[in-house]
Design a protein around this ligand. Structure first.
Ligand SMILES: Nc1ncnc2c1ncn2[C@@H]1O[C@H](COP(=O)(O)OP(=O)(O)OP(=O)(O)O)[C@@H](O)[C@H]1O
Ligand SMILES: [Mg+2]
Length: 445
C-alpha cells in the first residue's frame, strides 16, 4: 500500500473527549470514527487490525475443532420469551418493532438462537460433541459507553457454544476452550490471565474471565504474581486429550486470581505476601459451562445410548474481538504512539523514502516493496512528498513494528536503515538483508 493512495486520516490534535491512551491513539491514528455514542466506523487501518484479530481467533478455534457459522444480528423476541430472558435482560437490550408489529431485538448474545438451531437439527448423542461458533456484531445499550471500542454499544464478539451428552464431556469442552483462548491471546502478543468469575444472569458454576492487566482496566483484580510466570508457549496441544486439557486448565487456574466480584480476602491472605498483587484488568473473554439451563427450558434434547431423551449439556464462550484492539494498545504503546505486536500489526513493515522523486531512492523503495510483497508481506510505503520528521511521526503513531528508512546518503554506501518500533534501535544493512531480517520475524507467527 502506498500512503499517497491510502486513506489514513491522522489527527494532529489529541481529541479532548478521549480519556485513555488506546481511545486517543485509535482516533489519532485514523483507525476509528465515532458515529453515535459507543458506535464506530472502522476506518481502513483499524479495519486491518480487526481482521487480523478475527483471523487469529478463527484459526485457533478451528485448530481446537470448533465449527464456524454465522447467525443474524436481529432476533425474534419469541425465542427469548422461551428462555425467560426477554423480560430479565433489562434496558441493555435494544428492542425493535418491525412493520408487522413483531417484537424483534438486536442480539446482545446468542444462547437462545443457537439452542434453536441445535434443537431443530440435532437429535442424537452420535452427533456430539459439537462446538459451533461465530464472529458477529452484538448490541448492548450500555449505560455508560466509554473508552472507545473498549466499552462500545455495538461491538464484535466471537461467541461459541458447546453441546455435549454428559457433564464430564461438557467440562472437557470447557477446558478445551480455556486452552484455545490462552493460545489465541498469546499469539496476539497478549498475556490474558484466567480468573475465577461470577456467573451472573447466565447461571452456572464453572466460569472464568480472561483479564489483561492494565492500569485503565475496569475490573479490580487480585492475584498471586506467580500466575504471570506461566506461558503456554509452543507446546503441542492435542485438543481431544481430556487429561492434557485438564492439566493445562489446572496449571493456569490453581493459583489465586480473581476479580472483585469473586474476591475472597481469607483465601487471598494465604498467598505469600510478596506475591500478592492488587491491580486492574481488562476483560477480553469469558468461558461458561452452564449445563442444561437453556436446553431444558427450550427443549433441546438428544437421545442417549439407552434410547432416553435427555437435555443436552451446554456452555458458551466469548472473546471480545473489537475490545481486544483497545486492550492491545493499552498494553503496547509509548508517548509517540502505538507499538503493534507482530501478530496483529496492520502492516508488517513501513518504508520511508527520505527523498521522494530522487530516482535512486524511489527505485530502492520500489525494489523493497516488491521483495516484501513477493513474500506475502505487504508494506506501507510512505511515498508522500513530506518532510522526514513528519513521516517518522506518522510511522511512530501508527506503530508498525519495523521501519525501513531509505535515503540517497545510505544508498551511496549500499545500505538502508532498519528501525525497531519497540526498542527504538536502528541498524544499517543492505536492502536484501533488511528484507531477510524482517521476513524472519514473521515466518514463525
Ligand atoms: N460493551 C462492550 N464493548 C466491547 N466489548 C464487550 C462489551 N461487552 C462485552 N464485551 C466483550 O465480550 C466478551 C464476552 O461477553 P460477556 O457477555 O462475557 O461480557 P460481559 O461480562 O457482560 O462484559 P463486561 O463485564 O465488560 O460488561 C467480554 O469478555 C468482553 O471482552
Ligand atoms: Mg463476561
Amino acid at each position: 500500500m502506498r500512503l499517497s493512495r491510502y486513506f489514513l486520516p491522522v489527527l494532529k490534535e489529541t481529541p479532548s473527549d478521549a480519556t485513555i491512551a488506546s481511545h486517543r491513539l485509535m482516533l489519532r491514528a485514523g483507525m476509528i470514527r465515532q458515529q453515535s455514542a459507543g458506535i464506530y466506523s472502522w476506518l481502513p487501518l483499524g479495519y486491518r487490525v480487526l481482521k487480523n484479530i478475527e483471523r487469529i481467533v478463527h484459526e485457533e478455534q478451528q485448530r481446537a475443532g470448533h465449527i464456524p457459522m454465522l447467525m443474524p444480528t436481529l432476533q425474534s423476541a419469541d425465542l427469548w420469551r422461551e428462555s425467560g430472558r426477554y423480560d430479565d435482560y433489562g434496558e441493555e437490550m435494544l428492542r425493535i418493532t418491525d412493520r408487522q408489529g413483531r417484537d424483534m431485538l438486536y442480539g446482545p448474545t446468542n444462547e437462545e438462537m443457537i439452542t434453536d438451531v441445535f434443537r431443530s437439527h440435532v437429535g442424537s448423542y452420535k452427533d456430539l460433541p459439537m462446538t459451533l461458533y461465530q464472529i458477529q456484531w452484538k448490541f448492548r445499550d450500555e449505560v455508560r459507553p466509554r473508552f472507545g471500542v473498549m466499552r462500545g454499544r455495538e461491538f464484535l464478539m466471537k461467541d461459541g457454544y458447546t453441546f455435549d451428552l454428559t457433564v464430564e464431556d461438557g467440562l472437557h469442552s470447557y477446558n478445551r476452550h480455556l486452552v484455545s483462548y490462552l493460545r489465541t491471546y498469546e499469539r496476539m502478543g497478549l498475556q490474558a490471565i484466567p480468573m475465577r468469575a461470577d456467573s451472573g444472569p447466565i447461571g452456572g458454576d464453572d466460569t472464568h474471565e480472561f483479564l489483561v492487566l492494565a492500569e485503565t482496566g475496569e475490573s479490580e483484580v487480585f492475584y498471586d504474581s506467580a500466575v504471570t510466570d506461566i506461558k503456554l508457549g509452543q507446546r503441542d496441544i492435542a485438543y481431544d486429550d481430556v487429561d492434557q486439557c485438564r492439566a493445562v486448565m489446572e496449571e493456569f487456574t490453581s493459583r489465586y486470581a480473581r476479580t472483585d466480584e469473586t474476591h475472597d480476602a481469607d483465601l487471598f491472605a494465604q498467598v505469600p505476601e510478596d506475591r500478592r498483587r492488587v491491580a486492574r484488568g481488562i476483560e477480553v473473554g469469558q468461558i461458561f459451562f452452564f449445563g442444561t439451563k437453556y436446553s431444558e427450558s427450550m427443549g433441546a434434547l438428544v437421545v442417549n445410548d439407552k434410547g432416553e431423551r435427555v437435555p443436552v449439556q451446554m456452555g458458551s464462550h466469548g472473546i471480545g474481538v473489537s475490545r481486544l484492539l483497545g486492550a492491545l494498545i493499552e498494553a503496547n504503546h509509548d508517548e509517540k504512539g502505538i507499538i503493534w505486536p507482530e501478530g496483529v500489526t496492520p502492516f508488517p513493515v513501513g518504508i520511508v523514502n527520505l527523498k521522494q522523486g530522487d530516482a535512486e531512492a524511489d527505485a530502492a523503495c520500489d525494489a523493497l516493496y516488491k521483495s516484501f510483497s513477493a513474500l506475502g508481506l505487504e508494506p506501507l510505503y510512505d511515498d508522500r512528498k513530506e518532510r522526514a520528521g513528519g513521516k517518522f511521526a506518522t510511522m511512530d503513531l501508527i506503530g508498525l513494528p519495523w521501519r525501513i528508512t531509505v535515503g540517497p546518503r545510505g544508498l551511496k554506501n549500499g545500505v538502508v536503515e532498519v528501525t525497531s518500533r519497540r526498542s527504538g534501535e536502528s541498524e544499517e544493512m543492505t536492502p536484501e538483508l533488511a528484507v531477510e531480517t524482517i521476513a524472519k520475524r514473521y515466518a514463525t507467527l
